[in-house]
Write a protein that binds this ligand. Structure first.
Ligand code: CAA
Length: 262
């Protein structure tokens, strides 16, 4: 915390099923300082451990998502310190969260901000938002997955264009290129839209949701043959769940299913 103010605000949706984590350094456009991402990691761990939380929203609110890693903090950093402390390495913790994470982006999502957005499972953005990896303009390159995740999302040619020229794109382009899942209408709230999507997911059975996330993510790491095998095993295992029996019985009986998360 700085002067008693939390760097990450943690609230719940009215249903209590969605944990909403809001980056809270508005004056620095939510620049991702070490204390901020430690706070975010701590909140994510809490949400992951809390059984009542079914989905997580990460946002910077309606103004700015995050303008990148904190340049003022990095300015005087030396190689030995960055290397031995594994600077930015702990960001990867987000990738190990098993609950679905919905990102809500308005305004700037630059550098580490764009990389944080790409760590989300589903991304909602304003058409007027701005995405970019401007690290090259600072004499560095992306360090939180930008070169890897961006390339798998939008392909080599467009990723090279963004990483080597620092080109910024708007939300409309980001959606067209596959960086963003859905755009809001201009008068809508990006946070409310993300919560709505999180609530839809929160309404499904917990086991199937986790399996879906695990299977899609596996496709990024595994060769096709292994990925297909993992998917098939997860799919087959779901026939051991009550939720599979209930989901299919409810369909046959033309009623709504009641999930037991078992
Ligand atoms: N780090 C630290 N402070 C930042 C920041 C950052 N990434 N981005 C913005 N701020 C601060 C500014 O210094 C400024 O603070 P002061 O009022 O104390 O001067 C405040 O936020 C408001 O910013 P601006 O006055 O610059 O606002 P603007 O509207 O004129 O410009 C902007 C907005 C185009 C986003 C501009 O702030 C900018 O270019 N920011 C840096 C973007 C960037 O290069 N990000 C990549 C960082 S490197 C990285 O992220 C590495 C990685 O891969 C992990």
């Amino acid at each position: 915390t700085t002067s008693g103010e939390s760097l990450v605000l943690s609230t719940r949706s009215p249903s209590n099923k969605v944990s909403i984590l809001t980056l809270n350094r508005p004056k620095a456009l939510n620049a991702l300082s070490t204390p901020l991402f430690q706070a975010l990691n701590a909140e994510l761990e809490k949400a992951e451990a809390d059984d009542s939380v079914r989905a997580i929203v990460i946002t910077g609110g309606e103004k700015n998502f995050a303008a990148g890693a904190d340049i003022k903090e990095m300015k005087d950093k030396e190689f030995a310190e960055a290397y031995t402390t594994n600077f930015l390495g702990s960001w990867n913790k987000i990738a190990s969260i098993r609950k679905p994470i919905i990102g809500a982006v308005a305004g700037y999502a630059l550098g580490g901000g764009c990389e944080l957005a790409m760590l989300c499972d589903i991304l909602i953005a304003s058409p007027k938002s701005t995405f970019g990896q401007p690290e090259i303009t600072l004499g560095i390159i992306p360090g939180m997955g930008g070169s890897q995740r961006l390339t798998s999302l939008i392909g080599k040619q467009k990723a090279m264009d963004m990483v080597l020229t620092g080109r910024k794109i708007d939300g409309i382009t980001a959606e067209k290129w596959g960086l963003v899942s859905r755009l809001i209408e201009e008068n809508q709230s990006v946070v409310e839209e993300a919560i709505k999507i999180a609530e839809i997911i929160a309404g499904f059975g917990k086991v199937a949701v986790q399996a879906g996330k695990e299977a899609v993510n596996a496709s990024l790491d595994l060769p096709l043959e292994q990925g297909l095998r993992l998917e098939r095993r997860l799919f087959q295992q779901l026939f051991a769940t009550q939720d599979q029996k209930e989901g299919m019985a409810a369909f046959a009986e033309k009623r709504k299913p009641t999930w037991s998360d078992k």
